[in-house]
Write a protein that binds this ligand. Structure first.
Ligand code: ASP
Length: 586
């Protein structure tokens, strides 16, 4: 027997019992006559004691233990004299009477403790060592529970879990496809799914009514900390539903997951239209943990002889509370440079400081008297101690820039509190986006999204300007400024789907070749349907207040899309390529 207990289990009530523990040596400390070893496994850490006076041979053997050696020990549980309140097992230790080394270990390339001294790449290369650390063990366990609770909820709502194929034909959802050559069909390729979108719609035509799947998706995109080339979605589709029924169902899922896994009651989620989100926060994924809503100042700031404002399309600001006296000229200058960085791209930053003593200080004081600025302060609710930050320029750009500043001030002022979760639904997205460069429409969500019912006729008959204004029953779930998922009511009619492909620049032949199967299926009694997908890795990270999804994926890829542990991608040999009918030198 390797163990009677695990390393996280023993308590004061166990004192006196004889136990067997197995695990990894986290650290070993030698104090002359006594050697202490921290023994670790998935469940925790237990302290072992070896006493030279009791057993010289055993204690000498303990002194040879290196970090990450795997051992089995037998001993008696006793009360510790100096207890460790930070550890569940911190009241007790094991007086070891026998030990067996089950396996030795090389010195690990980084420390395997709560915090590690290893860099990202090194930790990914030795992922099996990194995964031994507490934070990653907790994340992977959290993820497992998240999947189990998702299944429980979906089952309680009568959803059917269906696996859809990975070797498919490309579904254009905005990213590039990963392709897989077919040996049996030389010169032809499968694509890995960017999502099971078309299959889940076909399942609705097939009468499954409610489908879900926790499924891998593949997108060949440029990578960032919160993106991976393969990631997981909770993917769903429902028939005979309205938008609001879909939102209710997946709000229910989200509430269930937060309740079961975090003990948090999220309450009801507000609905904010896409237009309103942009107007109030300059973003379609606003962080609602703090207010700092946009204040439009055209009426107040134009016409005072300040040419930069007078000539701007939009003058818009935010009020940062309690920063007037705290922020020195130097900090204001630094913040101005911050918004001027190319990533943000503002030309400058105007501020009005409503100082604690009632005086006013502003970069545009020359053009606006104190009385004017005071009256403005009263109107917009800026109190003594607050700063009004103003940006101006072309509306869309300025809103984006002010969104960045709003988030930065939220961070600097500590307004994004850990453990605070503010979900919302962003609804009524535009159906199409006009791309100036390619002079083409793109689907804002994806090509299968339906216009709102009241826009269907306009879509079938309208002109170019009409198309730009079409709205879709498309929606996103946003939590704390992160997009957790999105979906839409779909087109279920051949003519409308054909029209959408036309608008997106597909010829009839291209649309037929790529999506004929779906449009054909629409001609055999396709029910009205809609659905949604949540980013599973992202949800796990956001629920834990973390921004990187990597730490919630057992084997993630680096920023170059490489698996550092198995060293993939890698070349394949000539024979294999020949079989596939691929020549690299052509
Ligand atoms: N397939 C979509 C996506 O991956 C989600 C949906 O529309 O259901 O974003």
């Amino acid at each position: 027997m390797y163990r009677s207990h695990n390393c996280g289990e023993l308590r004061i009530a166990d004192v006196g019992s004889e136990v067997t523990l197995s695990g990894w040596v986290q650290v070993s400390r030698d104090f002359g006559g006594l050697t202490f070893v921290d023994l670790r496994d998935r469940y925790g850490i237990t302290q072992l004691v070896f006493n030279m006076d009791d057993n010289e041979e055993l204690c000498s053997k303990a002194r040879t233990l290196g970090r990450e050696f795997v051992i089995k020990t037998v001993g008696k549980v006793r009360e510790r004299s100096n207890k460790n309140p930070n550890r569940d097992t911190g009241d007790v230790e094991i007086e070891v009477s026998a030990m067996e080394i089950l396996n030795a270990s090389k010195v690990p390339p980084f420390t395997i403790e709560e915090d590690s001294d290893g860099g990202d790449e090194l930790r990914m290369q030795y992922r099996y060592l990194d995964l031994r650390r507490g934070p990653l063990q907790r994340n992977i366990r959290f993820r497992s529970k998240l999947a189990i609770e998702t299944r429980k909820y979906m089952d309680s709502q009568d959803f059917i879990e269906v696996e859809t194929p990975f070797l498919i034909k490309s579904t254009p959802e905005g990213a590039r496809d990963f392709v897989v050559p077919s040996r049996l069909n030389e010169g032809q390729f499968y694509a890995l799914p960017q999502s099971p979108q078309t299959f889940k719609q076909i399942l609705m035509v097939a009468g499954l009514d409610k489908y879900f799947q926790i499924v891998k998706c593949f997108r060949d995109e440029d990578l960032r900390a919160d993106r991976q080339p393969e990631f997981t979605q909770i993917d769903c589709e429902m028939s005979y539903v309205t938008r609001d029924q879909i939102l209710e169902t997946f709000e229910g899922l989200t509430v269930h997951l937060f309740k079961e896994l975090k003990g948090i009651d999220l309450g009801k989620f507000p609905h904010i239209s896409y237009d309103e989100a942009l107007e109030r926060y300059g973003s379609d994924k606003p962080d609602l943990r703090f207010d700092m809503e946009f204040i439009y100042l055209n009426d107040d700031m134009k016409g005072h002889g300040f040419n930069i404002f007078d000539s701007a399309e939009t003058v818009v600001g935010i009020v940062a509370e309690g920063t007037a006296d705290e922020y020195s000229n130097k900090q204001m200058k630094e913040l101005t440079e911050w918004v001027q960085r190319p990533q943000i791209g503002a030309k400058g930053l105007v501020y009005v400081k409503y100082q604690g003593d009632g005086s006013i200080k502003s970069t545009v004081g020359k053009f606006y008297s104190d009385d004017v600025l005071k009256a403005l302060g009263e109107k917009i609710g800026a109190k003594a101690g607050d700063v009004l930050f103003i940006l101006c320029g072309e509306e869309e750009k300025t809103r984006k820039q002010l969104n960045e500043l709003r988030l930065e001030m939220g961070r600097r002022l500590g307004l994004m509190e850990e453990g605070d979760f503010k979900p919302l639904w962003v609804i009524d997205f535009p159906l199409l986006e006009w791309d100036e460069e390619s002079e083409r429409f793109h689907a804002m969500h994806h090509p299968f999204t339906s216009p709102k019912k009241e826009d269907v006729q306009r879509m079938l008959t309208g002109d170019h300007a009409t198309m730009k204004a079409l709205r879709a029953d498309a929606y996103d779930l946003v939590i704390n400024g992160s997009e957790i998922g999105g979906g839409s009511i779909r087109i279920h009619d051949r003519a409308l789907q054909q029209k959408n492909f036309d608008l997106l620049g597909f010829t009839k032949e291209e649309a037929q070749a790529q999506f004929g199967f779906l449009m054909d299926a629409f001609e055999y009694g396709a029910p009205p349907h809609g659905g949604i997908a949540f980013g599973f890795d992202r949800l796990a990270a956001v629920m834990n207040g973390q921004s990187s999804i990597r730490d919630f994926i057992a084997f993630p890829k680096n920023n170059q899309g490489r698996d550092m542990m198995i060293d993939a991608p890698s070349p394949v040999d000539g024979e294999q390529l020949k079989e596939l009918g691929i020549s690299l030198n052509e």
